[in-house]
Write a protein of this length. Structure first.
Length: 276
């Protein structure tokens, strides 16, 4: 399969390109030089984007301005890159009959919908997004473009990936309980989406496998440490050994059942794997 991947000099795009090059013909584009970037190209350059898309079998679209660009890049540029850039790619797919488009989206788009004063929020794909900033707004707009394009014959899968960047070690471990994901699992999700038989349009949460159940959501707001120890009695010793503290509050749980059912997604780097 010949696959165009955007954003191949970024952390996620580079990892996906590196993995897929073992079994596919990959064309990588980015505005910055990188080991997996074949062409220096901005997704806003419509004519050149059309040239790159011509002849490919699928597109994986990772390139975007991200949350850490807020306040550094202006809102106009966010809209040009995250929305217009996505539209350019989708229009090219329609013109050249490319039937698979995988869009790297984000759980950030749920925004204010993930805030509840009394309980943790059970975050499925049915939760209506309430964007907080220009990043969320443009990612939602790009998903909407994917949905419209699916009505014109391009099957689009939007992967709403959770927190996946390097942080303090204790936070990364804790986030694997409910709101984080390892880059290798994100890469696998993209490969599964690339080869999926899904037709039309789907949005899927991509995160670690949380141990929590929906029945835990009240207790997680204030007594999360007790809930964690109920599932992992051994973890108190591990945290003490590292000088870490168990959280008292877990504010949301990303639910991945849809991705498991439709893609066969099975994250391998969950909370327990952090310690063993």
């Amino acid at each position: 399969m010949k696959v165009l991947i955007t954003g191949t000099s970024g952390r996620i795009g580079s990892a996906i390109a590196n993995f897929l090059r073992n079994s596919h013909e990959v064309i990588g584009i980015d505005t910055k030089i990188g080991p997996h970037t074949d062409f220096l190209l901005d997704v806003r350059e419509k004519e050149k984007i059309f040239e790159c898309v011509k002849g490919v079998d699928a597109v994986i679209h990772c390139a975007a301005l991200l949350s850490f660009h807020i306040g550094v890049r202006d809102d106009k540029e966010f809209r040009e890159i995250n929305i217009q850039g996505t539209e350019n790619l989708l229009e090219a797919c329609q013109k050249y009959d490319v039937r698979r488009f995988v869009f790297t989206s984000t759980t950030s788009i749920y925004g204010e919908a993930m805030v509840h004063p009394q309980r943790a929020v059970w975050v499925t794909e049915e939760l209506l997004p309430q964007p907080r900033d220009i990043y969320d707004e443009t990612k939602i707009a790009a998903e909407t473009l994917c949905k419209k394009s699916s009505e014109k014959g391009v099957s689009c899968i939007c992967l709403r990936m959770s927190r996946c960047f390097p942080e303090r070690e204790d936070l990364m471990a804790i986030y694997r309980l409910y709101r984080g994901v390892q880059v290798q699992d994100v890469v696998k999700a993209h490969e599964l989406a690339l080869h999926s038989s899904i037709q039309g349009y789907e949005v899927l949460n991509i995160s670690c496998q949380s141990p929590f159940q929906q029945s835990d959501i009240d207790e997680l707001n204030g007594h999360a440490d007790s809930v964690i120890l109920r599932y992992f009695p051994w973890v108190k010793k591990e945290f003490c050994k590292r000088g870490w503290s168990l959280p008292k509050i877990v504010d949301r749980i990303y639910v991945i059942e849809k991705a498991k059912n439709l893609l066969g997604y099975k994250p391998l780097h969950n909370f327990s794997e952090w310690f063993y």
